[in-house]
Design a binder for this molecule. Structure first.
Ligand SMILES: Cc1cc2nc3c(=O)[nH]c(=O)nc-3n(C[C@H](O)[C@H](O)[C@H](O)COP(=O)(O)OP(=O)(O)OC[C@H]3O[C@@H](n4cnc5c(N)ncnc54)[C@H](O)[C@@H]3O)c2cc1C
Length: 359
């Protein structure tokens, strides 16, 4: 790829050796290939390139891409990985070079509600329209952070872009509240996305907003976020209602010859929904029938008892309450020895905790 846009950041990280492998592992999970050349690591993504140059006392991060979206994405991936894993060295990422003075986050759009429909008693599909949504179909990330107005901040100020390539937020009295959702469907031509909101019990931000949503209401979205689901011949997919939008999207968009098995946990029979499954993946509904959400162990049990095929490529994907996700992740990774490139098991919510994964 021709990199027409390039930038770099210089960092002093005295303890780099301790956590470099964690940073590179995270960067590679965005489908990057890594090449090592003495004191330099090069990463190739579908949308650009990055490099780490390890000089005495300084780490130089380099990012290059063919367009603004690609460069913004790489800056975001590198800066986030450094901020998470190099915390002990208090890193200060400041990008210099192309687009360094940009103050509009490439990953942000303001969206307007144009349609609201109930799919089932507890699942509400909301269509959001916005400008230039192309990037939300790129990077293989299916998810977004939705920035909501709330009762205490009814008129939020949207984030700007910091010198580190990450968003800068307004003070708390103007800051929107974020929650993570899935783009269930994306229509680039028409300029809108669909998001399926679970209407769940308890005080909330996302679910409460969805209950009141009307045409004309505004939210912000940032993304796309999430690790890519790898191409495979066979999948085992498991989710409760919060992961159902992602499973619906996968069943409607994976290649028709794809095989596998999917289990979706729902409250009861009335929560079954129509999915235009174009694949050979068998879809099974598991109804809780009175058990509280996040307490029914059958979903994890079914997923873990699936027999992985001996031939061809296979991928495991799971999204549900935190306890179930932890059990599935540790069994896949630690007991079955499956790698990060063969599995994604994510906590989509936690019983009794607001805003999991939204930070
Ligand atoms: C990558 C990703 C993609 C997601 N995609 C979707 C999606 O497309 N649609 C969707 O509806 N959700 C989705 N979720 C889950 C959603 O982000 C969480 O359920 C989130 O907590 C909802 O925010 P809230 O403001 O409604 O509730 P919060 O304010 O976060 O929580 C308030 C209370 O509600 C409880 N609660 C939260 N979720 C549930 C639930 N599912 N059932 C019962 N109680 C709950 C919490 O434990 C807490 O006690 C996704 C999560 C992730 C990480």
């Amino acid at each position: 790829m021709m990199n027409v846009l390039n930038c770099e950041a210089r960092l002093q990280l005295p303890n780099l050796e301790r956590y470099l492998h964690l940073i590179t592992d995270r960067v590679m999970s965005f489908d990057a290939r890594m090449f090592r050349n003495d004191e330099r690591l090069d990463f190739r993504f579908a949308f650009g390139e990055a490099a780490f140059e390890m000089k005495p006392d300084v780490l130089v991060l380099r990012a290059g891409a063919g367009d603004r979206d690609g460069l913004a994405r790489i800056k975001d991936i590198l800066a986030t990985a450094v901020e998470i894993y190099a915390k002990e060295d208090e890193p200060e990422v400041v990008w210099i070079g192309d687009l360094a003075g940009d103050t509009r986050p490439a990953q942000f759009r303001e969206m307007t509600v144009i349609h609201v429909a109930d799919l089932t008693p507890h699942m509400r599909r909301i269509r959001l329209a916005g400008e230039d949504l192309v990037r939300f179909g790129k990077f293989q990330g299916m998810h977004i952070r939705i920035l909501f107005p709330t009762a205490s901040v009814p008129d939020p100020v949207w984030p700007s872009l910091g010198a580190n390539g990450l968003p800068v937020w307004p003070s708390d009295d103007r800051r929107p509240t974020a929650r993570v959702y899935t783009i269930r469907a994306l229509d680039l031509q028409a300029g809108h996305i669909d998001v399926d909101f679970l209407i769940h019990d308890g005080e909330s931000v996302g679910s409460a907003w969805a209950i009141r949503a009307r045409a004309g209401h505004k939210v912000g979205i940032m993304g796309p976020v999430g690790r890519p689901v790898r191409p495979a011949d066979w999948y085992v997919l498991g989710a409760d209602e919060t992961g159902l939008p992602a499973i619906g999207r996968l069943l409607e968009t994976l290649p028709p010859q794809t095989r596998g098995i999917a289990f979706v946990e729902i409250a009861d029979r009335n929560e079954r929904q129509q999915i235009n499954n174009v694949t050979q993946i068998e879809l099974h509904w598991l109804e809780r029938d009175g058990r509280a959400a996040g307490t029914d162990g059958r979903l994890a049990e079914q997923i873990l008892s699936a027999r992985w095929p001996g031939q061809g490529t296979a991928f495991g994907w799971f999204a549900a309450e935190a306890e179930a996700a932890k059990l599935v992740r540790s069994t896949w990774r630690d007991q079955m020895g499956l790698g990060r490139d063969q599995t994604i098991a994510t906590a989509y919510w936690r019983r009794g905790q607001a805003g999991l994964m939204a930070g």
